[in-house]
Design a protein around this ligand. Structure first.
Ligand code: PMP
Length: 308
């Protein structure tokens, strides 16, 4: 609990600390204190939009192309027309890094349906809103949380199935994940693991889940309502390089309880050991040896130019 309170306190601080950042807003750079969007923006009114979260290491975005492609996939899933092409979006992201002299940080590109009427019909939203928010790692404590092992519960809130909202799109609709996170907060743990609508293990509220069993690494397959994480694919590549077999499958709760090791992956957490679930130790309750090896490989990947 104390850890979460610190996180909340530090996140509040981050807004003030990043007051000098320049925000990309519809093609222009504006100081964060002046960067605002309309109260009639459907991103604000209805969560009608998509976004990305991109890590910046040594002044370069990690796996930029994958993030840009996912942004366009997400937009296509909700029939949102991004006013720029993929190259122009990549350029806007690189310009945001340069303008802010961002060395180690995080970028949050957001595209909403734009300003419309109070009604939810998107037809009246004429022009999408495109924002890129940069943050320095030191102003974004979430980026350091992954260094400590995590404890989690299994949430009673399920991931949205794709026949309701597209689970594989990174949309602005995070309410079910927020409700799950509240359950983790109430239980005094770091994260909530969500199941898909069938009861298969899906992912964390903002991260993908990996299990290790007898030397093999397992993660939920794409049809288990997961977001296809960029860190998830980097981790699968890392395992490939290490000669560790990865399996994408439908995982049960029992698989999670019986795992030798588990870890969470996301842009902000990177790779975080998961050592407890529902009050039970996972494996020996400490960061496992395969988790450590994958983490080391990931550190190497962060330094490679062609990953960025
Ligand atoms: N699942 C969800 C629901 C997420 O919000 C995120 C973070 N964007 C992830 C998984 C991990 O994705 P990535 O590795 O691309 O950050």
């Amino acid at each position: 609990m104390a850890k979460q309170e610190n996180e909340i306190k530090e996140n509040r601080g981050s807004r003030k600390d990043s007051a000098d950042m320049l925000i990309y807003l519809n093609g222009e750079f504006v100081p964060s204190s002046k960067a605002s969007v309309s109260v009639f923006d459907h991103g604000f009114l209805y969560g009608d939009g998509v976004f990305e979260g991109i890590a910046v290491y040594a002044g370069r975005p990690f796996r930029l192309e994958e993030h840009v492609k996912r942004l366009f996939d997400s937009a296509r899933a909700i029939d949102l027309n991004i006013p720029l092409d993929e190259n122009q979006v990549a350029k806007a992201i690189l310009d945001t890094i340069r303008k802010n002299k961002l060395d180690e940080g995080y970028l949050r590109p957001i595209v909403t349906r734009g300003e419309g009427t109070l009604g939810l019909n998107p037809t009246y939203c004429r022009k999408p809103t495109f924002v890129i928010i940069p943050l320095r790692t030191r102003d974004y404590p979430l980026m350091n949380l992954g260094k400590q092992p995590a404890r989690a519960i299994v949430s009673t809130i399920r991931r949205n199935p794709s026949f309701c909202t597209p689970a594989s799109a990174k949309t602005l609709n995070y309410l079910n994940n927020i409700l799950a996170k509240q359950q983790a907060n109430a239980a005094g743990v770091d994260e909530a693991i969500m199941l898909d609508w069938t009861g298969a293990v899906s992912e964390g509220t903002g991260d993908n889940l990996f299990l290790v069993k007898r030397g093999r690494v397992f993660t939920a397959s794409l049809h288990c309502s997961i977001l296809p994480g960029v860190t998830r694919s980097a981790v699968m590549d890392a395992c490939g390089n290490l000669g560790i077999k990865t399996v994408e499958s439908e995982l049960t709760l029992a698989d999670l309880y019986m795992a030798d090791e588990a870890f969470l992956t996301s842009t902000s957490l990177e790779i975080q050991a998961l050592v407890e679930i529902d009050g039970r130790k996972i494996g020996n309750g400490r960061e496992g040896t395969i988790t450590k090896r994958v983490k080391r490989k990931f550190e190497e990947m962060k330094k490679k130019k062609n990953e960025r």
